[in-house]
Design a protein around this ligand. Structure first.
Ligand code: ARG
Ligand code: ZN
Length: 857
C-alpha cells in the first residue's frame, strides 16, 4: 500500500509515558510495556487506540489493570477501543532475538543483544503508535543473566542497578527527554568501555563511553577523540550543548546501515568505530570521524527536534549531513572535503535523481520508508541547506538555525518549519526556493558568455531545465545560486566572486570593464547541485585548471576536460590535442608546490563511470570504462618519470596522521593507479614493494588494490598474506573480499563466485554481503560483463537475501534499475533480471517497491 504525505493526520492518542520491562534472553526475551495513553486534543477523536505491530503476538493485554476487552487484530496491528480520555495499557510480547535476521527490532549480534528501531523497528518489540510524532518519556528496566549480559544499557541516565536471583541482575534507565519510539535503544552483553569525560559549555560533566568487545578496545581511541571533538564543535559552531549526564556509543558487527542516533545510546556498525593504523585506512579514519559526528549532531537535529512524519526525513538527515560535512571540513581540509562530497553526490545521487527511483528530498509517497534512506534525502538534502547557507552567509545562517532550534525544541517538526525559521531568522525569502523540496531531478543548466568589445561588457546567458522524473512530468524553474569569478587572461586575476541567482528558465547577467573576453569560473565550490554545461573551450578549462584560486574550481575544470575527452573518445576516439592538454595539466598538478598532497591526490582522480553515464546515456559502460583506462594509461606513460618520482618522494614520509603524511599516502597510491594503466610491470613491482614495506593499512590496501588488477605472481601471494595476517578481524576480512570483488582482473566474476563459497563468507552479515556483492555491483566492467552474468549474480543474491534481510536486499535493486542508462543489449538483460525478481513469491515490501518502480518508473 502506498502512503501519501498529503494524508497526514495528527495521532488520535498520545503516549506521554512508557515503561518497558525486559526479561532478557537470546532465544526468548519477554517484554512488558506499560503505556500511559491520553486522547490527543488535536486528534480526530477516534476512540480506538491503533497500535502498530510487526511479527508480534499479544501474550497479555490489560487496560487500567484489568484484562482488555473488545480488542482485535487488523493485519499485524492491534486495535483497542477505549472509553475514557486517559488509560494505562499493559502489553506483554515475546521476542526471539537469535532468529531475527532482519536486524530490525531486538536482535542478537555475536552474543550480545541490541536494537535498531528507525524507522519502524519498535513495532517489532511491542505494540505501539510507532510514528515519530508520538513523543514519550521512557523508563526501561532490563534484567538478565549476569554472565551472559554483564553490561545493560538503554537511553538516558542510569538510575539504579541491583542483583536478582540465580545469577541475575538488573538495571533501571530513565530518559527525561520525550522521544519518538524510533529513538529507543537497548544493549545487553559482554562489552568493555573506553571511558572519558566532557564538560559542556555550561559546566555539565558528561561521562562518555565507547563500548566494544574485549579484543577491540585498543581500536577505540579515534572514535572517542572524534566524539569529544564533535561535542566541542557543535557548541562553538551551532551553540548546541549536550543534555544528559551520560553518552554511550556501542559497536555491533551486524548492522544494516552505518549507525543510529538513539538518545544517549548511539549504536554503530563496528566499521565506523574501530580504527588503528594497522587495520584502518585514512579513509576509514575519516569515516569514523564523520559518522561519530553525524550521530552526535542528531542529538539536536533529529532528537531534540524530530520529524513529524517520515516524509520529513531530510529535515533531520539533510541538515545533519551538512553539519557533519562542515565538521569534517573544519577538522581537516575544507576544499578536499568539498571535492569528496561532490564526488559522492555525482557518483551516487545524480544517477538516483535521473533514474526510476528519483524522488524529491521530501518525498510525496512511499511504500516502504526504509527505501528512502537515500543519497537524495541525505546528500542532496544537505546540498539544499548548504545553498541556504551560501545565500545567507554564515552569520545569518546561524541566526536561522538558532531560531529553528529555539522555536521547535521538543517538537516533531516539518521541512516547512525549517524553511520558515530560515526565512524569519536568516532573513531569506525562500518562497520559490521551496521548489527544491518538491521537485526531483538534477537541474540542467547551460551558461554562454557573450563579449561586447565596444561596451567592454561580458554577458552570461543562463538557461535551466529541471528534467521530468517519475510522477513529475513538468517542472518549474528554481532559484539556483551560482558563484562565479571572471578571470583576466593575462593577469590571471579576477575582481572578486559574485553570487548569481538563476531563478528563471533564462537569465542573463552583464559585467562591465573588460578589454578582452574573461575566462569564466562558474559554480565555484559547487554552490548548486546541478549539471552545468558552461560551454567553454578546452583552452579556458586548461586555464582554470592551472590558475583558478578556488581549489574546487580547479579540480572541476580538470574533471570537465577529462569528461569531455572520455565522452568524445567513445564516439570518435581520442582527441590528441586535448589528451596532450590533460597530461600537461596533470603534470602541472604533480609539480605544483602551492597545493598539498591531499589536494594533489584528489586532482589525480578520474571521474566515475557512473557519473560519465549520466552524460552519455544510453551508453556502453564497459566502453566508457575502457576509454577511462586508456586515458589513465596515456597520462601514466606521459608522466611516467614524474609519477615514479612522486611515489619515491611520498614513500619516504613515515606514518602519522598528520595532513602531510596522509597526503603522501594518498598520492602514493594514486601514482600507482595511473602508472599501472601505463606500465603494469613497473606498477606491480612498486605495489609489491609498497605492500611489503607497509606499516599501515592505507599503504597495504592501496598496494593490493593496484596488484589485484595486474596478472602477476605477487598478486595471489600477497592476497593470501593479507588474509592470514588479519585472520579473525572481521573488518579487514571485509576488505579482503572487497579487494578481489573490486579488482580490474577480467576473471573477477569467477573470483566472486568462488568467494561466495569461502568459509569466511556469510550472507547473514550485511558488511560481508556488501564487501563482496556491492563492491562487484559498482565494479563497472564486472557488473556489466557482456554475458549478463554480473546481473544474474546480483539477482540471485537478492532472491536469496530478501527473506532474511529485506532492507539489505532491496539496496541492490538500484544497480539493476539503471538499465535505461545502458545500451540496449545489456539493458534487456538487466530488465530480464528485474522481471525474474518481480515474479518471485513472497517478496518483501522493500524489494517489491524497488523492483516495481525500476521496471515501470
Ligand atoms: N538515522 C540513521 C542515520 O542517519 C540511519 C538509520 C536508518 N536505519 C534503517 N534501518 N533504515 O545515521
Ligand atoms: Zn542521520
Amino acid at each position: 500500500a502506498t502512503i501519501f504525505r498529503k494524508n497526514y493526520t495528527p495521532p488520535s492518542w498520545l503516549v506521554p509515558e512508557i515503561r518497558l520491562d525486559f526479561d532478557l534472553g537470546t532465544e526468548l526475551t519477554k517484554c512488558v510495556a506499560t503505556l500511559k495513553v491520553e486522547r490527543n486534543p488535536a486528534g480526530d477523536g477516534d476512540q480506538t487506540l491503533h497500535l502498530c505491530g510487526d511479527n508480534l503476538a499479544v501474550m497479555s493485554l490489560k487496560v487500567d489493570g484489568a484484562d482488555a476487552e473488545g480488542w482485535s487484530m487488523s493485519g499485524s496491528n492491534l486495535l483497542l477501543p477505549l472509553t475514557g480520555t486517559s488509560h494505562e495499557v499493559t502489553i506483554e510480547t515475546h521476542l526471539h532475538p537469535a532468529t531475527n535476521s532482519q536486524l530490525m527490532g531486538l536482535y542478537a549480534s555475536s552474543g550480545m543483544l541490541c536494537t535498531q528501531c528507525e524507522a519502524e523497528g519498535f513495532r517489532r518489540i511491542t505494540f505501539f503508535p510507532d510514528r515519530p510524532d508520538v513523543l514519550s518519556k521512557y523508563t526501561v528496566r532490563m534484567e538478565g543473566d549476569k554472565e551472559t549480559f554483564p553490561v545493560l544499557l538503554s537511553n538516558g541516565n542510569l538510575v539504579e542497578t541491583g542483583e536478582g536471583e540465580a545469577g541475575r541482575h538488573w538495571a533501571l534507565w530513565d530518559d527525561p527527554w520525550p522521544k519518538p519510539s524510533y529513538l529507543f535503544a537497548l544493549v545487553a552483553g559482554q562489552l568493555v568501555a573506553n571511558r572519558d569525560t566532557f564538560t559542556t559549555m555550561n559546566g555539565r560533566k558528561v561521562e562518555l563511553a565507547v563500548w566494544v568487545r574485549e579484543g577491540d578496545l585498543e581500536r577505540t581511541d579515534h572514535a572517542m577523540r572524534s566524539l569529544i571533538n564533535s561535542m566541542k564543535w557543535d557548541e562553538e559552531t551551532f551553540g548546541r550543548e549536550y543534555d544528559l549526564d551520560q553518552f554511550n556509543i556501542v559497536a555491533v558487527s551486524d548492522f544494516n546501515m552505518g549507525a543510529m542516533e538513539n538518545k544517549g545510546l548511539n549504536i554503530f556498525n563496528t566499521r565506523y568505530v574501530l580504527a588503528d593504523p594497522e587495520t584502518a585506512t585514512d579513509g576509514d579514519y575519516d569515516g569514523v570521524e564523520g559518522v561519530v559526528g553525524h550521530e552526535y549532531f542528531h542529538n539536536w537535529s533529529g532528537n531534540r527536534i524530530t520529524c513529524r512524519d517520515w516524509f520529513q526525513l531530510s529535515l533531520k538527515e539533510g541538515f545533519t549531513v551538512l553539519r557533519d560535512q562542515m565538521f569534517s571540513a573544519d577538522m581537516g581540509s575544507e576544499p578536499v572535503k568539498r571535492i569528496e562530497d561532490v564526488r559522492v553526490l555525482r557518483a551516487a545521487q545524480f544517477p538516483e535523481d535521473s533514474g526510476p527511483l528519483a524522488h524529491p528530498i521530501r518525498p510525496d509517497s512511499y511504500q516502504e520508508i526504509s527505501n528512502f534512506y537515500t543519497a537524495t534525502v541525505y546528500n542532496k538534502g544537505a546540498e539544499v541547506i548548504r545553498m541556504m547557507h551560501t545565500m545567507a552567509g554564515p552569520e545569518a545562517f546561524r541566526k536561522g538555525t538558532d531560531l529553528y532550534f529555539e522555536r521547535h525544541d521538543g517538537e516533531a517538526a516539518t521541512c516547512e518549519d525549517f524553511v520558515k525559521a530560515m526565512e524569519d531568522g536568516a532573513g531569506l525569502d525562500l518562497a520559490q526556493f521551496r521548489l527544491w523540496y518538491e521537485q526531483a531531478g538534477t537541474p540542467k543548466v547551460t551558461m554562454r558568455a557573450e563579449f561586447d568589445q565596444s561596451e567592454g561588457a561580458v554577458t552570461l546567458h543562463f538557461t535551466q531545465k529541471v528534467p521530468a522524473t517519475p510522477g513529475q512530468p513538468s517542472k518549474k524553474a528554481m532559484p539556483i545560486p551560482i558563484k562565479v569569478a571572471l578571470f583576466d587572461r593575462d593577469t590571471k586575476a579576477h575582481d572578486g566572486e559574485k553570487l548569481l541567482i538563476v531563478d528563471k528558465d533564462k537569465a542573463e547577467f552583464t559585467f562591465k570593464g573588460f578589454t578582452r573576453p574573461p575566462v569564466i569560473s562558474a559554480n565555484r565550490g559547487f554552490t548548486a547541485p546541478i549539471q552545468l554545461d558552461a560551454e567553454q573551450g578546452d583552452d579556458d578549462l586548461v586555464f582554470l585548471a592551472a590558475n583558478d584560486d578556488d581549489a574546487f574550481a580547479r579540480y572541476e575544470a580538470l574533471q570537465q576536460l577529462v569528461t569531455r575527452e572520455l565522452l568524445g573518445a567513445i564516439e570518435n576516439g581520442p582527441d590528441e590535442k586535448r589528451r596532450t592538454a590533460i597530461a600537461d595539466a596533470m603534470g602541472a598538478v604533480l609539480d605544483d608546490t602551492q597545493i598539498d598532497d591531499l589536494m594533489r591526490g584528489e586532482l589525480m582522480m578520474m571521474p566515475a563511470v557512473t557519473f560519465l553515464l549520466e552524460l552519455a546515456a544510453p551508453a556502453d559502460p564497459v566502453a566508457l570504462h575502457d576509454a577511462r583506462e586508456r586515458l589513465k594509461g596515456y597520462i601514466g606513460s606521459r608522466l611516467r618519470d614524474r609519477l615514479i618520482a612522486l611515489h619515491e618522494r611520498a614513500s619516504a614520509i613515515g606514518y602519522s596522521l598528520s595532513a602531510e603524511a596522509r597526503g603522501a599516502r594518498k598520492v602514493k597510491t594514486q601514482a600507482l593507479v595511473l602508472l599501472s594503466a601505463a606500465d603494469a610491470k613497473e606498477a606491480a613491482a612498486r605495489a609489491e614493494a609498497q605492500y611489503r614495506a607497509a606499516d599501515n593499512m592505507t599503504d597495504r590496501q592501496g598496494a593490493l588494490m593496484v596488484l589485484a588488477g595486474i596478472d602477476c605472481p605477487a598478486r595471489a601471494e600477497l592476497l593470501e598474506d593479507f588474509r592470514k595476517r588479519f585472520e579473525g578481524n572481521a573488518l579487514v576480512t571485509d576488505k579482503w573480499f572487497a579487494l578481489q570483488a573490486g579488482s580490474l582482473d577480467p576473471m573477477v566474476l569467477d573470483t566472486v563466485e568462488a568467494l561466495s563459497n569461502h568459509a569466511d563468507f556469510t550472507i547473514k552479515n550485511p558488511n560481508r554481503v556488501r564487501s563482496l556483492y556491492m563492491t562487484m555491483a559498482v565494479n563497472q566492467p564486472a557488473f556489466h560483463e557482456e554475458s549478463g552474468r554480473g546481473y544474474r549474480m546480483i539477482a540471485d543474491l537478492v532472491l536469496k537475501l530478501d527473506p532474511l534481510n529485506a532492507q539489505t536486499a532491496a539496496r541492490f535493486i538500484p544497480a539493476l534499475g539503471r538499465w535505461r542508462k545502458i545500451e540496449p543489449k545489456r539493458a534487456a538483460m538487466m530488465r530480464a533480471e528485474l522481471e525474474r525478481i518481480a515474479k518471485a513469491e513472497g517478496l518483501s515490501k522493500d524489494t517489491r517497491e524497488q523492483v516495481t518502480k525500476s521496471l515501470d518508473g
